[in-house]
Design a protein around this ligand. Structure first.
Ligand SMILES: [Zn+2]
Length: 546
């Protein structure tokens, strides 16, 4: 019994006294230790903890500026901490430094909590610890808790396949019921609107890192990652992240910790065939892919849910450090690449608008050669509720030859025009484009132009609703060339702008993730009788400069 008492007392000392003593020794207040740290990784940080942390770091650090960038349906603040040396308090000050802005977001799915904890811990270490050099050449913005309405809805069933602690985690969706990682195009959720208006359009991050936890295949990695997959955008953006940034971060992570990390995928195997590892999607509804269409870089990070909570947070922390060391060392190159991507976009449209084609739907494609893949041995066991479950035995092994499907190729293409024109009554479309920062103008007087119009011959609406009550629309039809008239007051989108690839994806009628797909044209098309016969899609394409 004496031994047990000693153990209990030691635990109490570790839990309560040690953080206090440590914080007093280094003059760091207790709120700058995450709830995960303070509870020995039994609990995750609540909204109040994150808020107290962000406010304290903004008050106490010479490098941190704390900002509220929105308020959720349930009245929670959306908070960022901007870290810079010297400190900056506005986007204008950040832009004047010439340094790239790196935006790191945790908790978009509030059951996947380790990114949130890693953001808090790394913020503290940059402000008060040994990681201050990470802000020598770059500005880092942390949004530890992007889904606070989901965060405090604690439940033991949010992440049922997650091993061990924290027992209680938040809900996946936002307070309005949105999956915030499907908002890339439609921007309906309060959080997504605030993110676009106050993060993307104000701070213009060169790189976004989105932190998740995956409960897919039993591979042997602690983190899987993915670049912003290329669809209609540019090779230089995806190529830099995929071929340079991620391999460098992987090497650095391996050297510093030995923790294995690799690209994202799900494993399937049919008897007698090589195993197949396939990544997820090219669709820009996913925020990481969306960034690529803006000529900006992005990384998806997925920690492995069957690892312990402590290991998940630690590996997330080390992965962020590894990426940030790379971006800090290559800050000017990153700035140059995104500036070159913007310039190349305008040049491409100016010289080849109306000629070149880009994909409007895509299929997943296989890498040149098979890869070795690290796997985790598992076994079946009977859990307390009598169900047969699977668990890791602790043994890792390599599968030598795995077919890896790691990129996307166009299935169907369409011409990229000089510009798009649509009627004044579609103000909602103009507003949505402008919400993304796209330049839309109003035609001052009636114009005749040569162009292309899509005639819808088949209109199909899914009966099953997805993501915020949408019934996706798919159309078939043909483009018809001709002379068209645009009335005064019509909207014009000149494609000679950096966001041209995003405009293309949003406005093409056959796009697999465009505004038509997401029901933004339903009302107009129904009024025109789309269900009764062939009608023209109201967005016209200009194929020659006018
Ligand atoms: Zn997720």
């Amino acid at each position: 019994m004496k031994n047990l008492s000693t153990i209990c007392l030691t635990i109490v000392l570790i839990f309560i006294i040690l953080p206090k003593t440590f914080s007093q020794q280094f003059n760091i207040p207790t709120e700058l230790f995450s709830r995960a740290e303070r509870t020995w990784y039994q609990e995750t940080s609540l909204n109040a903890d994150v808020k107290a942390f962000c406010e304290a770091v903004g008050r106490l650090s010479n490098y941190a500026h704390t900002e509220v960038f929105g308020r959720t349906k349930e009245g929670n603040d959306l908070i960022i901490v901007v870290l810079a040396n010297p400190k900056v308090t506005s986007p204008a000050e950040a832009a004047a430094t010439g340094k790239p802005v790196i935006y790191i977001q945790g908790n978009i799915h509030a059951g996947e909590v380790e990114g949130k904890e890693a953001c808090l811990q790394l913020t503290r270490e940059i402000c008060f610890g040994t990681k201050t050099p990470l802000i020598d050449n770059q500005i880092i913005i942390f949004c530890p808790n992007y889904n606070p309405d989901g965060n405090d809805k604690l439940s033991a069933t949010s992440r049922p396949s997650q091993d061990g602690s924290p027992l209680l985690t938040g809900a996946r969706v936002s307070g309005e019921g949105y999956d915030l990682n499907r908002e890339g195009i439609k921007l309906e959720a309060i959080e997504a609107k605030a993110f676009m208006k106050n993060i993307i359009l104000r701070w213009d991050p060169a790189l976004l890192i989105d932190l998740h936890t995956d409960n897919g295949s039993w591979h042997g990695y602690t983190i899987n990652y993915a670049p912003c997959y290329k669809s209609a955008g540019l090779d230089i953006i995806t190529g830099y992240v995929k071929d340079k940034m991620l391999p460098a971060a992987t090497l650095s992570m391996t050297n510093r910790s030995g923790i294995p990390i690799w690209f994202f995928g799900n494993l399937t195997q049919k008897p007698g065939e090589l195993p197949v590892f396939s990544t997820y999607s090219h669709l820009p509804r996913y925020i990481v892919n969306y960034m690529g269409l803006r000529n900006r870089m992005a990384i998806l990070s997925e920690t492995f849910s069957h690892d312990s909570f402590e290991k998940r947070v630690l590996s997330n922390y080390l992965f962020l450090v590894s990426i940030l060391e790379f971006t800090n060392s290559n800050a000017s190159e990153i700035k140059k690449i995104i500036a070159a991507a913007d310039a190349e976009t305008i040049k491409t449209i100016s010289e080849k608008g109306g000629i070149i084609e880009r994909g409007v739907t895509y299929r997943i494609a296989e890498a040149d050669k098979p890869f070795p893949l690290l796997m985790r041995e598992t076994e079946e066991y009977k859990s307390e509720d009598g169900r047969v479950r699977r668990r890791a035995t602790g043994k890792l092994y390599w599968v030598d030859s795995v077919r890896y499907f790691d990129h996307f190729l166009p299935d169907k293409t369409a011409k990229v025009p000089y510009g798009y024109i649509f009627p004044a009554e579609l103000k909602g479309i103009a507003d949505k484009l402008q919400e993304h920062g796209i330049n839309v103008t109003v035609i001052e007087k009636r114009k005749v132009f040569e162009g292309e119009q899509f005639i819808i011959t088949k209109y199909a609406k899914e009966t099953r609703a997805i993501y915020g009550g949408h019934n996706p629309v798919k159309v078939e039809g043909d483009f018809r060339k001709g002379k068209f008239t645009a009335d005064k007051g019509s909207y014009y989108v000149d494609m000679r702008q950096p966001l041209a690839w995003l405009v293309f994806y949003m406005l093409e009628p056959e796009s697999d993730d465009g505004l038509l797909f997401w029901n933004f044209f339903d009302e107009y098309l129904t009024l025109k009788g789309v269900e009764n016969g062939n009608i023209p899609y109201p967005v016209l394409k200009i194929l020659k400069p006018y």
